[in-house]
Design a binder for this molecule. Structure first.
Ligand SMILES: [Zn+2]
Length: 226
């Protein structure tokens, strides 16, 4: 069915937005792009609460998170970033698979790695810390090198609520660690040196006040008249 939709849209020369809309009508799914919460909002500092299978509109929340993440060209999005202090995040590392510095095997691993993490609990982080230039959809125009362990063991469940324990490494682990921090109320800017923190202070203040430009919807805690 999806293939039919795509072909239909291709031949009609419709753009991506139309394809999405068309598939939504056919599959009767409603997904919404929601605003991403900007740096400085207290919700980004809350520890996420456990999600129960009966959580209202959970399926819709997850669908909206994917839609919002894709719209902003992100590789991960955590529930606090859409204003919900829940232990929930989604990731899709496909955009990283284009990196020409990676070998074929690494690119393949990242391609189509899409997963929902519910009630995640970090069990172990190990290996020699490595640095990677991170960014965050809640902190636009700020990128900094962050050191993290390369291998993680994490307990989580997907939408079927069956708990499992898995080991991840490399960039996949990196994205999970970044998103996991969000559900613990931690931001990547907490993990940089005092000097670097001082250097980005003005940028962070501008984000808090909404004095920033990005091509996706955001909500700012300190924006006057919001
Ligand atoms: Zn982030």
């Amino acid at each position: 069915m999806i293939i039919h939709c795509l072909f239909f849209c291709y031949f009609c020369k419709l753009n991506k937005k139309h394809i999405r809309l068309f598939c939504q009508i056919i599959f009767n799914t409603t997904r919404m792009i929601v605003p991403i919460i900007g740096y400085g909002d207290p919700v980004l500092r809350k520890t996420g609460e456990i999600v129960s299978p009966e959580h209202p509109n959970l399926k819709e929340i997850i669908a909206n998170m994917y839609e919002t993440m894709y719209n902003a060209y992100g590789v991960g999005l955590a529930a606090p970033q859409i204003g919900l202090a829940l232990r929930l995040f989604v990731i899709d590392t496909t955009p990283f698979s284009d990196d020409e510095e990676l070998d074929n095997a690494a690119q393949k691993k990242l391609q189509g790695f899409k997963k929902t993490f519910i009630n995640a609990k970090m069990i172990k982080e190990e290996g020699l810390e490595w640095s990677f230039n991170e960014g965050c959809l809640s902190i636009p125009d700020v990128r900094e090198d962050v050191y993290r362990n390369p291998t993680i063991t994490i307990e989580y469940c997907e939408e079927d609520f069956v708990m499992k324990t898995e080991v991840f490494d490399g960039l996949i682990a990196r994205v999970i660690q970044h998103e996991y921090d969000h559900i613990e109320g931690i931001l990547f800017t907490d993990k940089i040196s005092t000097l670097k923190k001082r250097l980005i202070q003005k940028k962070l203040k501008n984000i808090l006040e909404g004095k920033t430009f990005q091509d996706y919807r955001m909500k700012f805690f300190g924006k006057k008249g919001r």
